[in-house]
Design a protein around this ligand. Structure first.
Ligand SMILES: [Zn+2]
Length: 99
C-alpha cells in the first residue's frame, strides 16, 4: 500500500487524501513581436543581450512555458487551502510585520 504525506503540514495521510493541481502559464504570447521590437535600438539591445548570454555574463531568461504543480493534502490542509488558495493571509502578515 502506498504511503502519502501531506505536502503542507507533513503529516501522514491515513484516510482521505486530496490532490491540488496548479498550472502557471502566460496569458499572453511571449513570442509575439510588436512594432517596437523592430526599432534599431531594440534590435541592438537584443543583440547585446544575446551576446552577453552566450558569453555567460548574463543568465538566460527563464523558460516561459507552463509550470505544473501537484500536491497531496490531508483533510485539514485541504480546508485551509480552499479558504485561502493564494495564501493572502500569510502575505498580509508579512507586509504588516515590515511596518
Ligand atoms: Zn496537512
Amino acid at each position: 500500500m502506498r504511503h502519502f504525506t501531506c505536502d503542507l503540514c507533513g503529516d501522514s495521510i491515513h484516510d482521505d487524501r486530496y490532490v491540488v493541481k496548479m498550472e502557471i502559464f502566460a496569458a499572453f504570447d511571449p513570442d509575439e513581436l510588436k512594432e517596437s521590437d523592430f526599432d534599431s535600438d531594440t534590435l541592438a539591445a537584443v543583440s547585446e543581450q544575446i551576446a552577453a548570454i552566450e558569453s555567460g555574463i548574463v543568465e538566460a531568461p527563464s523558460d516561459s512555458s507552463a509550470q505544473r504543480f501537484r500536491f497531496d493534502l490531508c483533510e485539514g490542509c485541504r480546508t485551509r487551502f480552499a479558504d485561502d488558495p493564494l495564501a493572502r493571509d500569510a502575505m498580509g502578515r508579512v507586509n504588516f510585520s515590515e511596518n
